[in-house]
Ligand binder design. Structure first.
Ligand SMILES: NC(=O)c1ccc[n+]([C@@H]2O[C@H](COP(=O)([O-])OP(=O)(O)OC[C@H]3O[C@@H](n4cnc5c(N)ncnc54)[C@H](OP(=O)(O)O)[C@@H]3O)[C@@H](O)[C@H]2O)c1
Length: 333
């Protein structure tokens, strides 16, 4: 049977909020395709996760030129899924991609020059089989390209119609502020800032979140579960199929006895609230009104279902928030 989206996908409990001072609404939970959507993964499984997400009201799918592995294959797979089953729903989707990290050989396959960004987006559109993406990000500040050049390229990309909006990822606050000003002056305001934010990584609380808010820019949190640490995944050892066991992005050395102790304590707080640790970790990020969306990753539909339960989470009491802070602030960030 060909996939048919459920008719009640917008009454399934997803909430949408305006992204910064723009008119664009994003779902509180988005799906990221960094892992589990490449050629090394089972295509049917990736496809069913995208379908499940769309049926649950997730409209925003986060990609980058280099997601896979191999690099580019997540975009290619997502393009195939779109073409096969979601083509008719393109106007209900926010598809994002990024450029800025190493992608192809030679001097132009990396960084944030005009040449790299424009060539990379052209490649992404081919892999995605799309005419435009909804949000195009500068994936990082490369430390070399003048920020004026990068922002001009982003602005020109919007004017060319190949992206509807632009965003910045991992820009330190002072550079982000300069980028926001340059983009606004060009009439293509920055839509969103994307950065790591989770209970174990709270650096954005020291400038990034507030700078975005002051400039009317939305914020999306990536790796909200610290790549799976903030769930029950590693509470009883390292499962064979887990990210920690499979690839080098989540190192085994990260899971110290001290961290494990804190995860157990957090899990207890979550249990007292009647939720899973993953649900509490997501709702903790979302309780900050400066956060527009969290981009979760997942390797199964069960994980997606668990994480979406965060939308039903009870509010936090001051005591719970203080207990959680006490647990995580003892750890080195
Ligand atoms: N801008 C950037 O530079 C940047 C950087 C990183 C990420 N991102 C974006 O953010 C997205 C999310 O990043 P992430 O994948 O690191 O997110 P994450 O949500 O912190 O971690 C996802 C991983 O956690 C585990 N997990 C998820 N839900 C679970 C649950 N309910 N119970 C147990 N385990 C669970 C799964 O690991 P297993 O595979 O072990 O099952 C899953 O692959 C990426 O896909 C990408 O779109 C952007």
């Amino acid at each position: 049977m060909p996939y048919q989206p459920t008719s009640n996908r917008y009454s399934a409990g997803m909430e949408y909020s305006l992204c910064g001072k723009s008119g664009l609404k994003l779902p509180k939970i988005s799906l990221g395709l960094w892992h589990n959507f490449g050629f090394v993964d089972e295509f049917k499984q990736s496809e069913s996760m995208v379908h499940y997400a769309f049926d649950s009201g997730i409209t925003c799918f986060d990609l980058a030129n280099n997601y896979g592995p191999p690099p580019g294959s997540a975009e290619e797979n997502f393009g195939k899924i779109l073409k096969n089953s979601l083509h008719a729903y393109r106007d209900e989707l926010i598809v994002t991609t990024k450029a800025g990290h190493q992608m192809w050989e030679g001097p132009y396959g990396d960084g944030s020059s005009r040449k790299s960004l424009i060539c990379s987006l052209n490649q992404s559109l081919k892999r995605l089989q799309l005419d435009y993406v909804d949000i195009f990000y500068s994936h990082r500040y490369d430390g070399i390209t003048p920020i004026e050049e990068t922002m001009q390229a982003l602005s020109d990309i919007v004017r060319s119609g190949k992206a509807l909006y632009v965003g910045l990822s991992k820009y330190p606050p002072a550079l982000a502020a300069k980028g926001y000003q340059l983009l606004a002056a060009q009439g293509t305001p920055c839509l969103i800032q994307q950065d790591r934010y989770n209970l174990l990584s709270r650096k954005v609380e020291h400038g990034v979140l507030e700078t975005a808010r002051l400039h009317g820019v939305g914020f999306c949190a990536f790796s909200p579960l610290a790549q799976g640490l903030l769930s029950d995944r590693y509470l009883n050892g390292i499962p064979e199929a887990s990210r920690m066991a499979k690839n080098g992005f989540l190192k085994k050395e990260t899971l110290t006895a001290e961290l494990l102790g804190a995860l157990v304590q957090l899990n207890n707080v979550a249990a007292e609230r009647g939720e899973s640790l993953a649900q509490m970790a997501l709702s903790w990020i979302l309780h900050d009104e400066r956060v527009t969306t969290v981009i979760m990753g997942a390797s199964s539909i069960d994980q997606l279902a668990d994480n979406l339960g965060a939308l039903k989470a009870p509010g936090f009491t001051d005591e719970e928030l203080s207990n959680i802070r006490t647990i995580v602030e003892r750890l080195p960030e």
